[in-house]
Design a protein around this ligand. Sequence first.
Ligand code: PH2
Ligand code: MG
Ligand code: MG
Length: 154
Amino acid sequence: MARSLIAVGSNLGDRSERLAAAMRELDLLPAVRLLARSRWYETEPVGGPADQQQFLNGALLLETSLEPEPLLQRMLEIETRLGRERTIRWGPRTVDLDLLLLDECVCQSPMLQLPHPRMPVRPFVLIPAAEIAGWMVHPTRGQTVARMLHTMSP
Ligand code: PH2
Ligand code: MG
Ligand code: MG
């Protein structure tokens, strides 16, 4: 069984209900078990259109026997079931599920980049991630999640 760290975000509709639904759906997947969730954090949108609403962001820790690409595929299906429409890049979204880490897997395919390339520079990802999985190691940087958060702080 591998450990997988997922970032979740929503800034459209009933945000906390969407994040709770995403969490339930992930836990219901065959070969996936939810181990921990962070608190939900209210965050300012980074990038994208200037007029979008605040996000609710968090992180989930899963145990899974799925390989990275099938796990990503299941996550995209959950986003679609929960009403995600893909319009503008970094635009408003009902739910966004990002695969950050899967144990120490490194993957560079057209479908999936693992670890998530923007993870080390996003406080709205690292703060909740460090709350539940500060010990996980970013395989190419050789740093823990807690260390990455610490080094990005002013
Ligand atoms: N996601 C983005 C772009 N900007 N800003 C915040 N605060 N939270 C997000 O989840 C977020 C964002 C692209 O996925
Ligand atoms: Mg995202
Ligand atoms: Mg995404």
